[in-house]
Ligand binder design. Structure first.
Ligand code: PMP
Length: 461
């Protein structure tokens, strides 16, 4: 067996990686040519790579490392649980304390009436559960035709066949035969990109009303559920205008449509409340969770289910589940994560300290010639780039060219910021300190300046 280590030359590890490892959402030939960046360790909000660079991770991994990297308590809990009970399943009338304790704690933190948890290994799996659960719910209620699910374009709900179909990413649907039948996508409430001359309020209402139109088109007796992220994450941190969610809630109530809030990113403090549904003032029947549930220290996700749906599902055998549903080590680690979030009052900290500081810092970039106005809620933010702020114009280059350029300049300045098209997105660990926010902003500014200079050089402005 080969023994690799962080001390091996970067090029050697890159060559082996390219030879054997297929990466998600990557053109692997391009990666083989350029060589992947190798992350060797991490602490707090900083990653270290194989060249010794200290990189500020303004994305918390993939929006998940809420409590920051390198928490010894998490490792201790995992080791203890592995010694005591490394695995047992929760099928066939069995259970174990980590799954019980985690479900109880989640029910305590979730909004009123959401008291039941079905565990999964990831957000994608949890959304697959949701598809089957809402359809089973209506079938058990004697309305099997209520099976269609409405989602939105540019939503992200995962990468499995089911969850990828729920998502509204055209480039994902272009591969592998997605979406599966019975899933419909309405337009998203992205005022910045699609609002034209409407006010945000008018636009929010217009986009919400598309849900009503779609329900009427499909027939209310055929629609099971509407699924949405309270704030779209992977779609570019799209914070809907304030008119949007109240209207969606009204429509779901009026037509007896189950509302599924995908809280995979928004959950566990990201928006300054425990759940994005609280921040946006909605009352979902089911919430999808993952990521911040364990701060990414173990793979775990789930569906938090309201009493009514759980009661109906509970009356029949729900023929669904995963080998790792409620995995004891993942559950114990998630529980420790929830303890840390509560003990360190990290959700309050996002609302009262970190979020406002990040907002002030990002708003200081508003006069930058490329910045088209900051959107931020809690610790979830986007910086749309534009050649012309007032008209929110797009660049003449292919969409995403400038965003990619800026992301590369961020990397070069030891900052991880992602780009979605020409929009930069930010979602740091919730523990980020004020001086680290200053550092984030100064590196972001430098990256923006360099992007601007590069665009000028190449006559792209
Ligand atoms: N839902 C949302 C809102 C997400 O952001 C993601 C992941 N980015 C998922 C679901 C899928 O989660 P996973 O990658 O854990 O399957």
């Amino acid at each position: 067996m080969s023994v690799l280590s962080n001390h091996m030359p970067t090029a050697e590890l890159q060559a082996l990686d390219a030879a054997h490892h297929m990466h998600p959402f990557t053109t692997n030939d391009e990666l083989a040519e350029k060589g992947a960046r190798i992350i060797t360790r991490a602490k707090g909000v900083f990653l270290t790579d194989s060249e010794g660079n200290e990189i500020l991770d303004a994305m918390a991994g993939l929006w998940c490392v809420n409590i920051g990297y390198g928490r010894p308590e998490m490792a201790e809990v995992a080791a203890r649980q592995m010694m005591e009970l490394p695995y047992y399943n929760t099928f066939f009338m069995t259970t174990h304390v980590p799954a019980i304790a985690l479900a109880q704690e989640i029910a305590k933190l979730a909004p009123e009436g959401l008291n039941h948890v079905f565990f999964a290994g990831s957000g994608s799996e949890a959304n697959d559960t949701n598809i089957r659960m809402v359809r089973t719910y209506w079938a058990e209620k004697g309305k099997p035709a209520k099976s269609h699910i409405i989602s939105r374009k540019n939503a992200y709900h995962g990468s499995s066949v089911g969850s990828g179909s729920l998502g509204g990413m055209a480039y994902m649907h272009a591969q592998g035969g997605l979406p599966i039948p019975g899933i419909h996508h309405i337009n998203q409430p992205d005022w910045w990109a699609e609002g034209g001359d409407m006010t945000p309020e008018e636009f929010g209402l217009a986009r919400a009303e598309e849900l009503e139109a779609k329900i009427l088109e499909l027939g209310e007796d055929n629609v099971a559920a509407f699924i949405a992220e309270p704030i779209q994450g992977a779609g570019g941190v799209v914070i809907p205008p304030q008119t949007y969610w109240p209207e969606i809630q009204r429509i779901c109530d009026a037509y007896e449509i189950l509302l599924i809030a995908d809280e995979v990113i928004c959950g566990f403090g990201r928006t300054g409340n425990w759940f994005g549904s609280q921040t946006m003032g909605i009352r979902p029947h089911i919430m999808t969770i993952a990521k911040g549930l364990s701060s990414g220290y173990q793979p775990i996700g789930g569906s938090i289910v309201c009493d009514e749906v759980a009661q109906v599902i509970g009356a029949t055998e729900f023929n669904h589940g995963y080998t790792y549903s409620g995995h004891p080590v993942a559950a114990a680690v998630a529980l420790e994560n929830l303890r840390i979030l509560q003990e360190e009052k990290l959700v309050d900290r996002v609302r009262d300290v970190g979020g406002p500081a990040l907002k002030a810092g990002l708003e200081s970039l508003n006069d930058h010639p490329l910045v088209g106005g900051i959107s931020i809620k809690g610790m979830m933010a986007s910086i749309p780039l534009t050649p012309h702020k007032e008209s929110r114009a797009k660049f003449a280059t292919d969409a995403g060219t400038v965003g990619y350029m800026c992301r590369e300049r961020c990397f070069a300045n030891n900052l991880v910021m992602r780009h979605v098209g020409d929009r930069m997105i930010i979602s740091p660990p919730l523990v980020i300190e004020l001086d680290e926010i200053d550092l984030l902003i100064s590196r972001a500014k430098k990256a923006l300046d360099e992007t601007y200079a590069q665009l000028k050089d190449q006559d792209l402005l």
